[in-house]
Ligand binder design. Sequence first.
Ligand SMILES: [Zn+2]
Length: 466
Amino acid sequence: MSCTAHTRVLENTMLTITRAIRILIDESTERDGDLELRDGVVSTGRTHTEPGEILDASGCVVTPGLVNAHHHLLQSAFRTLPGTRGVAMRDWLPTMAAAYARAGVDAGLAYAAASVGVAEGLLCGVTTVADHHLTWPSADHSGTNQNSGSQNSGSQKITSQTNASDSVAIATATADAARALGGRLVFVRGSARDDAQEAAASAEAIVRALLPRTGDGMLQLAVGPAGVHSDSRETFELLAEVAEKYGLQRRTQANEQVDVAIALEKYGRRPLDLLEDWGWLQPGVTLAHLCDVTGDEIRRLAASGITATHAPGCDLPMGWGIAPVAALRAAGITVGLGTSGGGSNDAGHLLADARLAMQVAPLVGPPISARGVLGMAMAGSSAGLGRTELGNLRAGSAADLCVWDVSGIADAGVADPVAGLLWANPGRRPRHVVVAGQVVVRDYTLVNDDEHDLVARLKARVPLAE
Ligand SMILES: [Zn+2]
């Protein structure tokens, strides 16, 4: 069974985007005019039959939907926590863990946090989000839910004997939250110091429960330990077995500063040496962060066939450095873009982080063009998910797109409206967002739920989110 070939089939749905001043088909192809979407995919050309619903894109640039390759949706409930900004990882971890324990991680919290995270993403143009879920209820602390953080240092020894049915409930709630809003979700069964056997059993239980729901392409499943700093060789190997058995993509985090420091301290080796030995430098694996990599490591990564995820909105504030993205790309590595979670990056606004990526690139190498960075947030991210139908608007691809109004004052005088998406108007949001041919954001407003109700539901579940 494979989770990588998805086509959304919607009978008899037509949506026509008209009069766009520019349509970005992919990183290197653009045109003006109309775009016809039929049955959830981009039509092969104007059919001049019934136009269906018409979305007027006058004064707007149309792009493929953005793909957030790295998020921790649960952390959307724990943003700007006192004691988590400007601190070392060893202090960040227990503060986050204590907040999770106070709230109690269960399906209800997963649903409320994922609803907010997915909704925020959609309102910012993110049509697909990969949720690397690392925090699970622990059977040996029943009722207190002692949990591990997203980037465990060696300072905390937490055993997580995850109850498989609890973890299935959390995964299901997250999937339900995304589906209710109309966004695509990649649920990554993560691990952060979980017991290896428990993590693998939980991953398998999640796959068995949710794989039947992946056929329409709105849900994808993957696995991923948090990194060599937190998880053992056994966890990497057992989760790889689950991935192999069910045809899942694999994802992990590597070479943020703490990862390198702990690998050296614990094993006397660098993280990529360990990942190579443990069978995780292979096609189908995506590595997030990669801040601290040597030239030799970049060559080895390129030869291995992995893909990468750049997450500058997390890496910079955490003080982890700037990944050498231009060098990674020049070596032939496909690089996507992710925000990481609300514990380190308080916004799930991928376009804002694309702007940041573009702005900081010249500090560590040659500049990257706006189209290059947009390409990372589109096809770069989707390639790492094995989803070539996402992140572009070529005929037959998924009908996921954003309509960006560039007619306002912040875009006045912009000569290149595609480059202007990043250079001008920081914090911009799309006027309309379409996923699988369905309008999910219309005139800056969620179609399938009320934004303020989502906020209220999270506040009711996590009183500290005030
Ligand atoms: Zn992360």
